[in-house]
Design a binder for this molecule. Structure first.
Ligand SMILES: C[S@@+](CC[C@H](N)C(=O)[O-])C[C@H]1O[C@@H](n2cnc3c(N)ncnc32)[C@H](O)[C@@H]1O
Length: 302
């Protein structure tokens, strides 16, 4: 396990070319949180600057990824609520966290979503990535919202990109639901057959290819001292489908180390990059709980 402490924009290039099987990550969302470092991503004045930095990272990452590798990006959108005037003013979000105001963008009307994930997808396609799938992470325990003018948001997206048309993908299976069993439809699920069968057979008969809407509870931030972690189950599914044992997984925004910790549990190698020393320490602690030595490499400018 290797953890680089510094800026992903420059550090990602230190990774050996063609060495990574899967990149699983959640970059900071545009203008939602302050990660307390001047070189952090997410607090650019304009959304275009934010996207340019992300694209720069993904384009360098492409060289690091094996030809049959995959890239998964968990990213969400931001509502455009500019502060009066042009200066950034700090406000509060629904959780009571400090959140930055957004600078003026003439292309949006007030209260519009900024379509940041959609813009990112288009730029990725233009940069030569193959956009293979959108996975919906549905959160049964989503944050309640008091708004009366739209529905409560209860999901985020994970975008899956490949470098080549042929890539490593281990199909995951899930149990078929009771309603599907009463009306089974062939090809991507195995249907019920007649005759006596043992429990093990029953299990394989009632499974189907995993669907792309995943209901997974969000993790409670206060449990791990990082406010924007994704659940281990999410990382587990993405690692299992895109890698085999001993493959290497990269998370260039590793935060509390969720991806790396799960990679270790699944007997994969892991490389992380994180700008905030507090989270580097947290990730080290989380991974070391599994008796693994984490090699920490610090960027000189931090
Ligand atoms: C959404 S969080 C990732 C959380 C992670 N998935 C987890 O489960 O803990 C994004 C992380 O990116 C880090 N970050 C922000 N700008 C960065 C940069 N330029 N280089 C590396 N890390 C950065 C933040 O400090 C934050 O921990």
């Amino acid at each position: 396990m290797k953890l680089y402490h510094g800026n992903a924009v420059s550090l990602i290039d230190k990774i050996k070319d063609n060495s990574i099987q899967s990149i699983i990550t959640s970059p900071p969302y545009f203008c939602l949180r302050d990660y307390e470092y001047p070189q952090q991503i997410g607090l650019e004045d304009q959304v275009e600057d934010y996207l340019t930095k992300l694209i720069q990272i993904w384009n360098t990452a492409k060289n690091k990824l094996k030809d049959d590798g995959l890239l998964f990006i968990n990213i969400d959108d931001t509502y455009y609520y500019p502060r009066p005037g042009e200066t950034k003013i700090w406000g509060m979000n629904a959780n009571g966290d400090k959140r930055p105001g957004i600078k003026k963008h003439n292309e949006y009307r007030k209260s519009s979503l900024m379509a940041v994930p959609q813009k990112l997808i288009i730029k990725m396609i233009e940069s030569g990535w193959i956009f293979r799938q959108q996975i919906i992470w549905q959160k049964p325990n989503c944050m309640p919202e008091s708004t009366t003018s739209r529905f409560t948001r209860d999901y985020e997206a994970i975008f899956m990109f490949s470098k080549s048309e042929n890539y490593k993908f281990n199909q995951l299976k899930e149990d078929m639901k009771t309603e599907d069993l009463s009306n089974p439809r062939g090809s991507n699920g195995t249907t019920k057959q007649s005759g006596r069968r043992n429990e093990e057979n029953k299990k394989t008969e009632y499974t189907r290819n995993m669907r792309s809407v995943w209901s997974i509870n969000n993790v409670c931030s206060s449990n791990n001292n990082h406010y924007a972690t994704f659940p281990a189950e999410l990382a587990r599914r993405l690692i299992l489908c895109s890698t085999d044992e001993k493959d290497t997984v990269l998370d260039p925004f590793s935060g509390s180390g969720t991806t790396l910790k799960v990679a270790k549990q699944l007997n994969r190698h892991g490389i992380g990059i994180e700008i905030n020393s507090k989270y580097v320490e947290l990730a080290e602690k989380n991974i070391n709980d599994l008796f693994t030595k984490v090699e920490i490499i610090k960027e000189e400018c931090i």
